[in-house]
Design a protein around this ligand. Structure first.
Ligand code: C2E
Ligand code: CA
Ligand code: CA
Ligand code: CA
Length: 282
């Protein structure tokens, strides 16, 4: 039994070693990936449910690894965050997103509603560095209006350090930047936080949208989030809408905006510009 235990330990220990090794490797390759031109942004369109108008896009980071192909941020964002690589990566993402959003303008009719760009910001970006200063610099450099920039933060980021985060968010909002709470509903923070934390929108996590309308609990929860958010003048975005049926149920429940594969996959800047030209022609 003792021997088996030892083997068992060895087995697990090897598995852990491999995981650590993989992490170290990702970290090494991630450092400098932006400078080597391996990283870019993809844009996923966001639509208004009431009239199906395109209103903006979420910027999503992509890593074109030389051997492994495109790697999802769900694999490397955590490493970027823990290693501090995000300290340089984060501001680059903001800069490019603002610059790209200015290019969208030229592709739209003059009287068309300006599109927003929504950028994901990690917890470390909020704690370290001066996010409002970085944002101000990116806006100035690009010429983008603050009203067209949205910042997405996860619910857990916001509650972990409420007082400090609230002050930062207030500064951003004063500039005119909109704040969205990402993955809403997964953090168990309860709805009470929404009264204290200054946010403009909540993004209902796709795990709740996935089983709509089949799962009555998910539908009830989503409906409750919409009602509560609206009573506080907060916009509601549904993520991960993959079927027409989900889209119509969400619209009927009063959800404001939606994004997901049913509306459009994330595409690179050229793909997004092509989408804008197609809209204009239509
Ligand atoms: P997120 O903010 O929740 O982004 C939405 C994710 O859902 C994206 O994955 C998107 O490609 C995917 N998605 C969109 N529509 C659908 C759908 O209909 N069905 C399904 N199943 N998935 C859908 P992605 O691009 O792999 O990003 C993963 C996460 O990485 C993001 O989740 C976000 O938390 C993080 N991330 C992405 N870009 C950045 C960034 O620039 N900075 C930071 N800090 N985090 C980022
Ligand atoms: Ca997001
Ligand atoms: Ca999300
Ligand atoms: Ca479910």
């Amino acid at each position: 039994a003792k021997l088996a235990g030892k083997n068992c330990y060895r087995f697990y220990s090897r598995a852990i070693d491999q995981a650590v090794e993989q992490r170290v490797q990702i970290e090494q390759e991630l450092r400098g990936a932006w400078a080597r031109g391996e990283m870019s942004l993809a844009y996923q369109p966001v639509f208004r449910l009431s009239d199906r108008a395109l209103v903006g896009a979420e910027a999503l980071l992509r890593w074109q690894h030389p051997e492994q192909g495109v790697i999802s941020p769900s694999v490397f964002i955590e490493v970027a965050e823990q290693s501090g690589i995000i300290d340089t990566l984060g501001p680059q993402v903001l800069r490019v997103a603002c610059r790209d959003a200015m290019r969208w303008r030229a592709a739209r009719d003059h009287d068309a509603e300006p599109l927003f760009v929504s950028v994901n910001v990690s917890p470390r970006q909020l704690r370290a560095g001066d996010l409002p200063a970085t944002v101000a610099a990116c806006l100035e450099e690009s010429g983008l209006s603050a009203r067209q920039l949205h910042v997405e933060l996860t619910e857990t980021t916001v509650i972990s350090d409420e007082a400090q985060v609230t002050a930062l968010l207030a500064r951003l909002r004063l500039m005119g930047v909109k704040i969205w709470l990402d993955d809403f509903g997964t953090g168990f923070s309860g709805l009470s936080h929404l009264r204290r934390v200054p946010v403009d929108g909540v993004k209902i996590d796709r795990s709740f949208v996935a089983d709509i309308p089949r799962d009555p609990d998910d539908l009830a929860l989503t409906t409750a989030i919409i009602a509560m958010a609206h009573s506080l003048n907060i916009v509601v975005v549904a993520e991960g809408v993959e079927k027409a049926e989900q889209s119509s149920v969400l619209r009927d429940r009063g959800c404001d905006l939606a994004q997901g594969y049913w509306y459009g996959h994330p595409v690179d800047i050229d793909g997004f510009l092509a989408l804008l030209h197609a809209q204009r022609a239509a």
